[in-house]
Design a protein around this ligand. Structure first.
Ligand code: SRM
Ligand code: SF4
Length: 563
């Protein structure tokens, strides 16, 4: 391909395939408060985003960093959690943010705090390499203990896949662990070639999720590559292999019909011992066929949408050196996390904790950050993150449960009925003030929306119904609103597109019901539909299914309030 057709990101990767740029040199200059425009792109491959606090823009730009860890399958030890919490207090904005891909982010880190934070993370054996950038991202796996006898096997496979797809550049280690620039000449840098990613890496980000049917707790259909675990029908504890799903992805741009969210296709089945080779083959096929001329069209989903699953399967088979078998029967019926105390299959207990918008912080009413620190420091549970931005304390002996309940209660953190059912399946992206792409608020206004929704449920006597409701500040879809029963997608300050009709199993994309709804009008849009749902629903019919069955697709009239 002629280089003048390539995006500037492609040219930049090829100009320094070690991805080191001048990051090390900039880190050695304490008086410099930001990275160069080129290095802004390289640091993403190291798990770092250069941002600015958008609330403060009127008084000048303040550079801050967001750091994202790589925590495959969302599991950290008690010791690691304490270290991560401490780093948040010392170098970030005193919060830990659980992301929709079951890892942690630190926000508001000044450049002066970046070196110590990265060093601290690596000392806790938590890396941030490839948490962002045109590479394979954090691999998702079911993290709730005992939801399936296959859970540990699937977690182990997720780790193997994640490790096998790590970039091999030494730049990360040199800069953040050894604390200096990569000691290579410009020619040596130019000559570096990663065995899998070669010199220009992937055309765009690449995302993998594992799930164990019937529970789709990782939103597998929203990923570039999914592995749906298949148990031996004669022995549910034996992992036969995986159905392979390809071509899911959610990001889109308003007003650009060439961009769209897409649910993955099922390509076939592989035995469990071929999972790493299959992951490599799919990623390499994407490397070879993704669009490197237009980043808005560069995701794997567009290859699948345009060339078709059969064509792509053949490309994967050619690279893997084996054929995919026909997909096995597997049905997803539900999603979501488990809250409160549950017994694990080993007799110990886990505690599922709802974390509003994934933000672990202290407020006057609920000192969640302090409470978690105290519980983890004393009782040493394993800490697990879910892809719905929630947290699990796992491996707890029976005799510790009461003391943990008491400790949480002392900090205003309930265990039994943590929040109303309508809030439990909710998620919001970060958006303002740190996300440079936000068109509207999300995390900061979401609690208020949930308050109103809860009041509406009371008004309509909907009782303890739950509903999957997700909000994002722009159409990139970071909280996966296109798979939700109620999805709100930021359009402009204070205005959202309302998406309805997702299914509980999150197997398909919902549809736009109304465009440009004012934040204050969202409940008024939902009231008649929820009232109808109550009156007209079939037995057990969820809101998303009801909308899909009984509410005809509108011609998407803009709300009166739309711009
Ligand atoms: Fe995302 C970009 C936050 C999950 C699709 N996402 C961003 C950035 C980094 C903004 C930027 O590029 O400057 C956001 C940083 C905000 C901040 O201040 O923290 C951001 N994305 C997040 C997180 C933290 C949302 C959350 O509240 O949990 C999630 C971190 C995941 C992780 O730990 O790795 C997050 N992002 C997702 C998901 C959901 C998923 O992967 O399951 C999606 C939709 C799935 C997909 O990829 O298609 C998603 N993020 C995007 C996109 C659209 C990509 C596209 O295909 O067009 C962007 C924009 C981009 O890449 O240019 C984006
Ligand atoms: Fe930012 Fe948009 Fe992602 Fe929200 S959905 S975090 S506003 S990029």
């Amino acid at each position: 391909m002629p280089t003048d057709a390539l995006t500037k990101e492609e040219l930049q990767k090829m100009a320094d395939p070690t991805l080191g740029g001048t990051i090390g040199e900039t880190m050695a200059q304490p008086e410099v408060d930001r990275f160069s425009v080129d290095d802004e792109k390289f640091i993403k491959f190291h798990g770092i985003y250069q941002q600015d606090d958008r609330d403060l823009r009127k008084t000048g730009k303040t550079y801050i960093m967001m750091i994202r860890a790589r925590i495959t399958g969302g599991i950290v030890s008690a010791e690691q959690y304490l270290a991560l919490d401490d780093l948040a207090t010392r170098h970030a904005n005193d919060t830990l943010r659980i992301t929709s891909r079951q890892t942690f982010q630190w926000h508001g880190v000044m450049k002066s705090g970046l070196g110590p934070l990265m060093k601290g993370l690596n000392e806790a054996l938590i890396s941030t390499i490839a948490a962002c950038g045109d590479v394979n991202r954090n691999v998702l796996a079911p993290s709730t203990p005992s939801t399936s006898p296959l859970a540990d096997l699937v977690q182990a496979d997720a780790l193997r896949v994640s490790d096998a797809l790590l970039p091999q550049t030494k730049a990360y280690h040199e800069i953040w662990v050894n604390g200096g620039p990569l000691k290579l000449t410009p020619d040596q840098k130019l000559a570096f070639e990663d065995p899998l990613y070669r010199r220009n890496y992937l055309p765009r980000k690449f995302k993998i999720a594992f799930a164990i049917p019937p529970l789709n707790d990782t939103d597998i259909f929203a990923n570039c590559l999914g592995f749906a675990a298949i148990a031996d029908p004669a022995n549910p504890a034996r992992l036969l292999g995986y159905n392979v799903l390809c071509g899911g992805g959610l990001g889109m741009s308003h007003g650009n019909e060439a961009t769209f969210p897409r649910a993955a296709d099922v390509l076939g089945f592989i035995p469990a011992d071929r999972v790493v080779e299959t992951a490599k083959a799919v990623m390499i096929a994407f490397r070879d066929h993704g669009d490197r001329t237009n980043r808005k069209h560069a995701r794997l989903k567009y290859v699948l949408a345009e060339k078709g699953p059969a064509w792509f399967r053949a490309e994967v088979e050619e690279r893997a050196g084996f054929k995919l078998e026909p997909a096995r029967a597997a049905v997803f019926t539900k999603q979501g996390d488990r809250f409160g105390w549950h017994r694990q299959s080993d007799g110990r207990w886990f505690l599922g904790m709802y974390v509003e918008t994934g933000r672990i912080k202290d407020t006057p009413e609920r000192r969640l950050k302090t409470a978690l620190r105290s519980v983890v420091a004393e009782f040493r549970p394993e800490v697990r993150l879910t892809t719905s931005q929630n947290l699990i304390l796992a491996g707890i002996p029976e005799e510790q449960r009461e003391a943990i309940n008491r400790r949480l209660a002392e900090h205003g953190v309930p265990v039994d009925r943590q929040v109303a059912a309508v809030r439990l399946n909710s998620m919001a992206c970060v958006a303002m003030p740190t996300c440079g792409l936000a068109l509207a608020e999300s995390e900061r206004v979401f609690p208020q929306l949930l308050d109103r929704l809860e009041a509406l449920f009371t008004e309509l006597a909907l009782g303890d119904e739950d509903i999957v409701v997700r909000m994002t500040g722009c159409p990139n879809g970071c909280a996966r609103p296109y798979m939700a029963e109620i999805g709100l997608v930021g359009r402009a300050p204070g205005k959202y597109n309302l998406h309805l009709g997702g299914v509980f199993a999150a197997t398909r994309i919902n549809r736009v019901y109304r465009e440009g709804v004012k934040f204050d009008d969202i409940i008024a849009e939902l009231r008649p539909l929820l009232a109808r749902w109550k009156q007209e629903r079939l037995p057990g019919e969820r809101f998303g299914e009801f909308v899909d069955r009984a509410v005809p697709p509108p011609e998407v009239p803009p709300a009166k309030s739309a711009a």
